[in-house]
Design a binder for this molecule. Structure first.
Ligand code: NAD
Ligand code: UDP
Length: 323
């Protein structure tokens, strides 16, 4: 069945891949973005498709559209990006989700919220199941993102209970792949960029902290399954890869694949940086019949190949946007 689908944050790293997939499937896709952390080049190849439409808009402001499904991905996601204007980040999560849920309510559209593993903060439980309520510092520099996403989850569940909106939640763990912003400051993009330029690879802290890295194609498959689950499963559900790597191991893998002469250098660990992170994905397996299929080594190679194919300096850091 063909749907009219709104993808907020649709010009971003994950959003642009999602738009591509939905356009290929023949849906009528509206991509809405304020280009805070992305650029039109991510979706320019879709502009001549009759079933694709691009709107520059900020989701902290209301907009009236008629759609059947909404994927709410708009939000800066990398620490450097979401801390650039933390008040705006919180507004995007809270005011943005209210505006987009308003469309869902008015149109009877199904709604999918892109939440995050950051709702677990620096977790005391490992790996993290959905039932774990998290350990977030509500007043630290990461709170604008973590607490914003936690508030957005609450608002989704209240719209379900009070307004009958079919709102669903995915908690996305670290995802990487082609079209990551080369200057977003995330670990995969930093390490690849640094290795390609023979610059020092910056390990924050002792490099023994862990993350689990999911390839973007696996992620997009999971969120499409979540949106289209016919049993009304609302989540929250963890989406991520269970392979757990130390940051030092990741650096070594990148250096081995890229070659070159980069050396590891240590930098201070950012405040509230989580020490361990790995998703428990049993719920996703059971409810969505989904698990990731791309090992880190293969996904990293594809990502490195993409970084080699672009001019990294075409990608600019975020420019001021106003609260
Ligand atoms: P991204 O920065 O590439 O994409 C976010 C997009 O949202 C960008 O195109 C940006 O310009 C847009 N945007 C930001 N604020 C906006 C606003 N107020 N109005 C309209 N558009 C706005 O990041 P991504 O990695 O593609 O993340 C997409 C979503 O997935 C985000 O909601 C993020 O929190 C979530 N997520 C991503 C990861 C990951 O590892 N990539 C992990 C957890 C959650
Ligand atoms: N990190 C690092 N060097 C970098 C960038 C990040 O060692 O150049 C570390 C960071 O401190 C964290 C991990 O890599 O422990 C993942 O960081 P990222 O910003 O990618 O994601 P998040 O912390 O949000 O999971």
């Amino acid at each position: 069945m063909i749907h009219r689908i709104l993808v907020t944050g649709g010009a971003g790293f994950l959003g642009s891949h999602l738009c591509e997939r939905l356009v290929e499937e023949g849906h009528d896709v509206i991509c809405l973005d304020n280009f805070f952390t992305s650029q039109k080049s991510n979706v320019v190849h879709l502009l001549n498709r009759p079933n694709f439409e691009l709107i520059r808009h900020d989701i902290t402001l209301p907009i009236f559209l008629e759609v059947d499904q909404i994927y709410n991905l708009a939000c800066p996601a990398a620490p450097g990006h979401y801390q650039f204007n933390p008040i705006k980040t919180m507004k995007t999560s809270v005011m943005g989700v209210i505006n987009m849920l308003g469309i869902a309510k008015r149109c009877g559209a199904r709604f999918l919220q892109a939440s995050t593993s950051e709702v677990y903060g620096d977790p005391d439980v490992h790996p993290q199941p959905e039932s774990y309520r998290g350990s977030v510092n509500p007043i630290g520099p990461r709170a604008c993102y973590d607490e914003g996403k936690r508030a957005a989850e609450s608002i989704c569940m209240d719209y379900r209970r009070s307004n009958n909106v079919d709102a669903r939640i995915v908690r996305i763990f670290n995802t990487y792949g082609p079209r990551m912003h080369p200057y977003d400051g995330r670990v995969v993009s930093n390490f690849i960029r640094q290795a390609l330029r023979n610059e020092p690879i910056t390990i924050f802290g002792d490099g023994e902290q862990t993350r689990s890295f999911c390839y973007r194609d696996d992620l997009v498959e999971a969120i499409v399954r979540m949106m289209n689950n016919s049993e009304g499963f609302a989540g929250p559900v963890n989406i991520g890869n269970q392979g757990e790597f130390t940051i030092r191991q990741l650096a070594e893998m990148v250096m081995e694949k890229v070659g070159g002469e980069s050396k590891l250098v240590q930098k201070p660990l950012p405040t509230d940086d989580p020490t361990r992170r790995r998703p428990d994905i049993r719920l996703a397996k059971e409810k969505l019949d989904w698990e990731p299929t791309t090992p880190l080594s293969e996904g990293l190679q594809k990502t490195i190949d993409w970084f080699r194919s672009i001019d990294i300096d075409d990608y600019q850091p975020p420019t001021p946007n106003y609260s």
